[in-house]
Design a protein around this ligand. Structure first.
Ligand code: FES
Length: 606
């Protein structure tokens, strides 16, 4: 029960959290604010809640509450672990922390790792010759930070240039800066989705939780190959490739950081933290870790949780003590980007039966029944990236992304320009529509010309040949253009999509079976990533890429990796949640399953 100063606004919330987290974290992860100035460290004694049942009494509780209050169930929320169902009364806030909505409707209370504290210090006198540092530390003794040499160098001038009115910048237990004057309203962080194809950076104002600027660019590792396997192979064939790939990743990140700071009019020195969400290979390459073991059985990572490092070690010119934090990974093919996605979608906090699919060359699938969470990776191949598709292209200007068949062919084209090719969502749409009108049969073969004339007379003349191969003309640039000059969907393209959808549906059907969930009982399907988020739900259902469910249950989740990175920056509780999450999820290896091939073949038909 969450009480408000206004009794009419008291609300009842039921939330699910990983076992063992503190009541304070459980509330914070679910957007419920509990009073605190220490951020859950057990020192401020403000996080008072009333909990039903018997709970241990700590020495901090004894100091905070009367005997009667303890008997009545009052405890400090950050010192009680949720190991069973708990009923908790949360009193109105005396200080209202700010919250932001991030990810798929997630409310995050702003508790960034970086804390700024403005203090007005007494100037030294002959009677008070405390050191500059002692003077500052005495004023922020609840934070108990340790200084470094960088701070000591800045301290005398910072204090004296601002009449001893300064802002201390603290991260965890480290005092990382002393800034003249009151800078508490200036605090930024950089959230990065480090994708294999595209890298997206969001500059956040962490004092409000709002994005200041967003920029994206192609990963500069592209010349080494379009997918993780070709980049891993590059490192195996050329001893210098790892260094060059690392440099390319760093240059991509540096360029984006410069761009968002310029766009947002933000001094890079006020960016104190970076969170990176990337797959296991992208993470290894950015850190200069040999990715070879990721590319071959038994697919082993060097570490699930890379250590934090200074942003300058990645070549980023931000605050000199800015830290970079990475998301932990579940396995070689369910990486930090997916853990970030699970955080953003609240896969571990929702009681509903949900299926999360990040559609791409490597397709990550997560299923939760509200109790257990299973994850796997399915090798979907290059169909969605356009690589193996005759007229395939990335989702850029000129890419057909929507296809509707009727008396004619209606196309939705990115940028509203002349169609140049077909992107992943257009491919799924085109195949789904051709199946619907009967020009592709259930086995994925184009029907005979006579059948086409019967089922779709207005479209039949578009079914033709390029060389020996049957193709369907989606766009003819000029009335007399030859099929070779047209944007077409070939028989082989349909096969590529069939392989991809069979791999994906084998993945989710195995996971559902493992949890004994019927397809129709899935309450929500979250389609994530730059391909998944743009797929038409109806088309995805029609070709069997997702379970046959009402389309309203199928939700585009967007760039959830980037959203997870934002959450980690806005809240240390959420960041800790990502680390707890990996212990909650069971990774299922598909290539280990003896029945994978049979199931895959079963799933090929439309
Ligand atoms: Fe400060 Fe619990 S949050 S004591």
């Amino acid at each position: 029960t969450v009480h408000d100063a206004d009794p009419d606004r008291t609300t009842e919330r039921q939330v699910r959290v990983p076992p063992g987290v503190t009541v304070f974290d459980a509330a914070s992860w679910n957007g419920i604010a509990i009073d605190s100035t220490c951020g859950g460290h057990g020192t401020c004694h403000k996080c008072k809640v009333r909990i039903d049942g018997t709970n241990p009494v700590t020495r901090h509780d004894v100091r905070t509450f009367t005997r009667e209050q303890l008997d009545d169930g009052w405890r400090l929320a950050c010192l009680v672990n949720a190991t069973r169902d708990l009923s908790v009364d949360v009193p109105p806030l005396t200080t209202r922390p700010k919250a932001a909505t991030v990810g798929v409707g997630r409310q995050v209370i702003l508790r960034p790792a970086v804390q700024k504290r403005y203090v007005e210090l007494d100037e030294p006198t002959l009677a008070d010759q405390r050191t500059d540092l002692a003077r500052l530390l005495d004023a922020i003794d609840d934070l108990e930070p340790k200084p470094d040499l960088h701070v000591l160098r800045r301290l005398p001038a910072a204090l004296r240039s601002a009449d001893f009115k300064v802002t201390a910048v603290v991260v965890d237990e480290a005092l990382i800066d002393v800034e003249p004057g009151d800078t508490t309203t200036t605090q930024h962080a950089l959230a990065v989705d480090l994708g294999t194809t595209t890298v997206v950076a969001t500059l956040l104002d962490v004092t409000t939780g709002t994005p200041v600027a967003v920029a994206s660019m192609l990963n500069r590792q592209q010349p080494f190959g379009g997918d993780v396997i070709t980049r891993i192979s590059a490192t195996m064939m050329d001893p210098d490739a790892l260094g060059r790939l690392r440099t390319a990743a760093c240059e991509t990140l540096a360029s984006l950081a410069t761009q968002v700071c310029a766009e947002g009019g933000v001094d890079p020195a006020t960016v104190y933290e970076v969170a990176l969400a990337g797959n296991a290979t992208m993470t290894a390459l950015a850190l200069g870790i040999d990715p070879e073991p990721l590319g071959m059985a038994p697919f082993v990572m060097s570490a699930a949780q890379p250590p934090d490092l200074l942003a300058s070690e990645l070549g980023l010119s931000l605050h000199p003590r800015a830290r970079v934090t990475f998301f932990p990974a579940l396995g070689a093919y369910v990486g930090g980007d997916i853990v970030a996605g699970m955080l953003a979608t609240g896969m571990d906090r929702d009681k509903r039966t949900r299926l999360f699919i990040d559609v791409g060359t490597n397709c990550e699938i997560v299923v939760s029944d509200g109790d257990r969470i299973l994850a796997t990776a399915a090798p979907a191949g290059p169909a969605f990236e356009g690589g193996a598709i005759r007229c395939g292209m990335r989702a850029a200007d000129g890419a057909i992304e929507v296809v509707t068949l009727g008396e004619s062919v209606e196309l939705g084209v990115i940028g509203d320009v002349e169609p140049r090719g077909l992107c992943g969502s257009g491919l799924v749409d085109a195949v789904a529509e051709l199946v619907r009108v009967g020009m592709l049969d259930m086995s994925g073969r184009y029907v005979a010309a006579e059948v086409a004339k019967e089922v779709a007379p207005a479209l039949a003349d578009r079914l033709t040949y390029v060389g020996q191969e049957r193709v369907f003309i989606l766009h003819r640039p000029t009335p007399d253009a030859s099929p070779e000059e047209c944007v077409v969907l070939s028989q082989r393209d349909v096969r590529e999509l069939q392989f991809a959808k069979a791999a994906i549906s084998t993945g989710w059907s195995l996971l559902l079976e493992e949890l004994q969930i019927e397809h129709r009982d899935v309450q929500q399907v979250l389609l994530a990533g730059s391909f998944g988020s743009y797929l038409s739900a109806a088309s995805a259902v029609r070709i069997g890429l997702v379970p046959a469910l009402p389309v309203l249950r199928i939700v585009a989740a967007g760039n959830v990796a980037g959203e997870g990175a934002k959450m980690a920056l806005l809240s240390t509780r959420e960041r800790a949640g990502a680390r707890t999450l990996i212990e909650e999820v069971t990774y299922v290896e598909l290539s280990d399953r003896a029945d994978f091939n049979d199931r895959f073949v079963d799933q090929l038909s439309f």
